[in-house]
Design a protein around this ligand. Structure first.
Ligand code: PMT
Length: 395
């Protein structure tokens, strides 16, 4: 952690007293820490304590009173190798999830260029409330790493989930993050994501339910580990966050194949997470097909290219290719046959029989299948699943 720049965000909860210990541990590990505290946070712990421990003035307001000096959240966002918000109250989490930039902490979060971790702390009912859970899901989908609260006695003397994770464990998560962070630097990763649309006429298409969330989570995770990422995306309503991701938008399987043949050729890691339409209409009507003219309609379909199989057949030694399998039956045997047929090194199996897995959800439940072994994981956020997949890749 030596020399790493960490912004420690502190919001107004009783667990703020633990932030002093967290700060001390980070400084002891050699990190340079800049504290940003909300106005309510200062009611729980004084800036004097925090600046004495960090060796830096604590930032809380947009301006210093009297001198009129402006504190630049943009500079802080660029300076930080990591932002950790501990404790994060329900209010701060809600503001972060919705971009309510009415204090220095949330404004700095919105300017942060690198990874962000959040350690929530609140009473059990607030934690369990649907709005908090919705906001947490939004943050996870935005690529924020949540250090989930532990169970135990809370400040209210109620017992349940909501205690901020202990500072030692937060430091361990930060150490793990920095360990991962540079693990793909100098590597190129190519990823296909989302559905493909196969045009029937100017207003209709054949498509599927893929949202692109799994592929985008993989792209963000690879970029967070230092890789340069080419993300070939079908039509999805998602944004890319990391500047290390180069996005190539396509619509059809044929367009995706053409981009993939270019991008996967020199990639160290290739990941095929797109749900590609296996067939497309043989012809596309030039103008809208009118229902008044027909009682029945038959679409003649032709087979689309198998992108993973084509790229797999051209795979060079040293490249590692990962496919997905979306199955409803005979999951493992179908996965293994795809592994061989498409010349892949690994298959990530997700089953539509598992609740919370597959299309559109923010979570997934996967089994990672290689020639040698298979390992099943519990239901996790798609970002955490992405981390498990990258951890399993053997370069
Ligand atoms: O996008 P989300 O809403 O987050 O959903 C994620 C997901 C369910 C789409 C994703 O996790 C997933 O399973 N993607 C692969 C879906 C799929 O098409 O599976 P398949 O078993 O039909 O294909 C096997 C593999 O071959 C896949 O890696 C697929 O990308 C690839 N393929 C398939 C057909 C084709 N013509 N070209 C391909 O490259």
């Amino acid at each position: 952690m030596k020399g790493k720049h960490i912004v420690l965000g502190i919001s107004g909860g009783i667990a703020a007293y633990k932030s002093a210990h967290l700060l001390r541990l980070l400084v002891k590990q050699g990190a340079e820490v800049q504290v940003v505290i909300t106005p309510n946070g200062k009611e729980f712990i004084t800036p004097v304590t925090l600046s004495a421990l960090s060796g830096k003035p604590v930032v809380s307001e947009f301006f210093t009173a009297n001198s009129g000096e402006w504190h630049s959240h943009v500079d802080l966002g660029i300076w930080a190798d990591l932002m950790v918000i501990a404790p994060a109250t329900a209010s701060t989490i809600g503001k972060m999830a919705n971009g309510v930039a009415d204090n220095m902490l949330v404004t700095t979060y919105l300017s942060a260029k690198e990874h962000v971790m959040v350690a929530p702390a609140m009473d059990l009912d607030m934690w369990a409330h649907p709005s908090t859970q919705r906001n947490i899901a939004t943050l996870e989908a935005d690529g924020v790493e949540i250090i989930y609260p532990a169970s135990g006695e809370l400040a209210s003397h109620l017992v349940g989930k909501g205690r901020m994770e202990e500072p030692e464990n937060i430091v361990e998560r930060i150490r793990e993050y920095f360990g991962r962070a540079g693990s793909l630097s100098g590597k190129k990763v190519a990823i296909t994501a989302g559905p493909t649309y196969e045009r029937i006429d100017p207003v209709r298409f054949i498509g599927n339910y893929s949202s692109g969330k799994m592929g985008f989570a993989l792209a963000e995770e690879c970029a967070a580990r230092g890789a340069e990422v080419a993300l070939i995306a079908g039509p999805v309503a998602l944004d890319v966050k990391s500047p290390r991701i180069r996005r190539i938008d396509v619509e059809s399987a044929v367009e995706m194949r053409d981009a993939a043949l270019r991008e996967f050729a020199d990639a160290d890691i290739g990941i095929f997470s797109a749900a590609v339409a296996d067939y497309r209409p043989e012809t596309t009507a030039g103008s809208k097909i009118k229902r008044e003219k027909r009682d029945n309609m038959t679409l003649e379909l032709v087979k689309n290219p198998d992108i993973a199989a084509e790229c797999g057949a051209a795979k060079r030694p040293g490249q590692f290719f990962v496919g997905f399998a979306l199955e409803t039956d005979n999951e493992l045997s179908n996965s293994r046959s795809k592994l061989e047929r498409k010349h892949l090194d690994m298959i990530v199996l997700n089953s539509l029989r598992d609740k919370g897995a597959g299309f559109r959800t923010d979570t997934n439940k996967v089994t990672i299948v290689t020639r040698e072994a298979e390992k099943s994981y519990p239901l996790k956020s798609k970002r955490e699943v992405a981390a498990d997949i990258i951890d399993a890749i053997q370069l």
